[in-house]
Structures are given as structure tokens and as C-alpha cells.
Design a binder for this molecule. Sequence first.
Ligand SMILES: [Zn+2]
Length: 126
Amino acid sequence: MNFKSIDIQVLDSSGAMVVQNGILVESERVCAIYDMDEEDFKFVCTTRYELNTILAAQDFRMKYLEKIERFCSECGTAMEEGFCFESDATLYCSEECLTKVITWDEYLAMYDNGDGDAYWTDWYDC
Ligand SMILES: [Zn+2]
């Protein structure tokens, strides 16, 4: 199974620690937060979007301990690739998030065959 894991913490709205040593585990079929202190999965979902929704419903937020500086402007997912809009510095992880904000035709107009200031890109280091 292909999955990636990211070191995270989960905090509540007052900044109190909910999960101090957590790992965000993500694969094609699961997106979950593992609590290393309690050796148990705290949140188990199928997608990052669902996980974000569950966390938001409880006023929890995820803090990434690794240096990830790019987040989807719509759903908050940490991004290694996605749509980038230079005009207002917004990023979208997927077509789904992008089209919640503008239509696909508007995006294509901004993309302008690569000459515009909106495009798909990635930030993989290797
Ligand atoms: Zn998104």
C-alpha cells in the first residue's frame, strides 16, 4: 500500500493539545491521525477533506510539524502540487476545490495557455 505520513499535532480552539505526538497517515483509501502516545488512531476517515470536516466540527485544528508552507485556500490540505494563482497568491489542491471558487472556464481564461498567472504546478523537492 502506498501511503505518506506527516508529523502533526492536533490542538483545540484554545490552543490546548489534543494529540501531541500525532502522525497524519494518508493513502488512497484512508486518511487518519495516529496518536503515538496512546498508540491508537484518533481520527480515521477516507479522505483529507472528510478529516478536515470532522476536525473543524470539533473546533480542532491540525498543526504540521514538518515544513509545509503551502495549503489549499479552500480546504486547508497541505499541498505538494496543485493550482497556483499568482495574482492573489491563492492555491487549490484540486479541480474540485478550484471550481468552488471560480468556474473551470474562468480558470482556463486565467491560465491562458501557460501565459497567464494561474497554472498547475508542484513543489516536490526531489
Ligand atoms: Zn483543497
